[in-house]
Design a protein around this ligand. Structure first.
Ligand code: CMC
Length: 429
């Protein structure tokens, strides 16, 4: 017998159905609540609210499980690559050779951007944050392909997927090249996805640049680990924008902005900045741990804590191992790594962090790896955006095809003044 929940309000009983997910989680379906009872629900930060039913990603924050389309993240990080993982997320299954070749071909052959796009970079002030630039340029793609934006036309969606995945590394690398005053290299179709990005980031017309395969592989793994994380802030943003049947470029552009914040993707940059601050202040890690615990101090340990992971973040386990390998192989002796390790050790033994279930998250280590790979600090969150793109696309498509599709439109509980008459300016105090 299917489960139900009984709500008793003002003496009347209402029965609400319980929906069960494939991995066992259960949710009360309250979609009829307002119509039947007049009540709405209140849930700041949506901590107890499921916004959709999704087949893309499963995570269990208590057990530290993360799976894309049912495949554990550990297996994907070990055996897959970013392009194959992107296909899996977007189309729902691992591709066969023919499907992979087709996808790979198109994601490679759309990597050039319209020459006029390069002029847009000149319109920004000096040294703009690359997240702002990337979001603006991705948004501008809707003007270059305005005859192919229909969210319900399969062919138009397909070419938009290819264009977005192909062009984001080019757009991202150019935002860096612009900030250092170097010319924009053209993409090279003979290179892999991450090799091509590194080529556009670090080559210049005067010197030969050889992509280090170790760096390209590490970057590829980081992109896989960031590729989706179900209904996080930026993905929910992409879905909400897409729920007005807005095109995919504009929805992703909004997602990039949502990701930029330091509580979300911006944390990887914030972690390095925090470690630098600790180093400049003399390296007294304990003092900063105390600051983070002080309720009167707004300082937080960046890279610690997660809305859903309350035991450990499975991505941070993989990434921590990788960080040590990278540091070993690239020979980097970064004093920030020592500070990070001390911080981790002290915080993990501290009652405050234990009782609040605050553990290092994926961003605690990813910034250190990006730094070792010589990615500039203000590009860290852009790397996250490149990784998250297939997830955003997959969720946007799932929403467009959802049989329960509705424009997203939450309610609110108004707490402002009651009806008040307009006071003419002369009569105001
Ligand atoms: N340092 C110190 N105290 C913390 C921290 C932290 N990093 N994170 C949470 N707390 C405390 C917080 O003060 C609160 O204490 P109290 O119950 O006494 O008020 C309690 O823990 C619960 O915090 P919350 O903000 O209500 O928890 P949340 O689930 O809403 O927030 C979070 C999750 C990730 C925003 C938060 O842990 C945080 O700000 N972490 C630092 C930023 C960060 O690393 N973000 C990256 C997240 S992983 C990448 C991604 O997926 O976006």
């Amino acid at each position: 017998m299917s489960k139900t929940v009984e709500v008793i309000y003002q003496g009347t009983s209402y029965t609400l159905p319980v929906i069960k997910g494939t991995c066992g989680e259960e949710a009360v379906d309250i979609s009829t609540l307002r119509n039947t009872t007049g009540l709405i629900t209140y849930d700041p930060g949506f901590v107890s609210t499921g916004s959709c039913q999704s087949e893309i990603t499963f995570l269990d924050g208590e057990k530290g499980i993360l799976m894309y389309r049912g495949i554990p993240i550990e297996q994907l990080a070990e055996h897959s690559n970013f392009i194959e993982t992107a296909y899996l997320l977007i189309y729902g299954n691992l591709p066969n050779q023919q499907e992979l070749d087709y996808f790979q071909y198109h994601v490679t052959h759309h990597s050039m951007v319209h020459e006029s796009i390069k002029n847009l970079y000149d319109g920004f002030p000096n040294n703009p944050h690359p997240m702002a630039v990337c979001s603006a340029i991705v948004g501008s793609l809707a003007t270059f392909y305005q005859d192919q934006l229909n969210p319900q036309n399969e062919r138009e969606i397909e070419i938009t997927i290819h264009r977005l995945l192909a062009k984001l590394p080019t757009i991202a690398a150019y935002s860096y090249k612009k900030s250092i005053g170097q010319p924009f290299p053209y993409p090279k179709n003979s290179l892999s996805y991450t090799e091509n990005f590194l080529h556009m980031m670090f080559s210049n017309p005067c010197e030969q640049y050889e992509v280090d395969p170790l760096v390209a592989k590490a970057l590829d793994t980081l992109l896989i680990l960031h590729a989706d994380h179900e209904q996080n802030c930026s993905t929910s943003t992409v879905r909400l924008v897409g729920s007005s049947r807005c095109n995919l470029y504009s929805s992703v552009s909004a997602g990039i902005y949502a990701l930029w914040g330091p509580l979300h993707g911006g944390a990887n940059q914030a972690v390095i900045e925090m470690l630098q601050t600790i180093q400049e202040a003399g390296g007294n890690v304990k003092q900063f741990v105390e600051k983070a615990k002080d309720p009167n101090d707004s300082f937080r340990l960046m890279g610690f804590g997660h809305r859903v992971y309350k035991n450990f973040d499975p991505r941070s386990k993989i990434i921590k191992k990788m960080a040590h390998e990278i540091f070993g192989k690239l020979g980097g002796n970064d004093p920030l790594l020592d500070i990070a390790l001390q911080l981790e050790e002290i915080a993990l033994k501290d009652d405050y962090f234990i009782s609040k279930k605050l553990y290092p998250n994926v961003d605690f280590y990813s910034g250190l790896i990006y730094k070792a790979l010589k990615i500039p600090i203000n590009m860290f969150t852009v790397m996250f955006a490149m990784g998250r793109l297939p997830g955003w696309i997959a969720h946007w498509i799932e929403l467009q095809k959802d049989q329960d599709f509705k424009i997203g439109r939450p309610r609110q509980i108004y707490q402002g003044p009651k009806r008040t008459d307009y006071t003419p300016l002369k009569k105001r105090g």
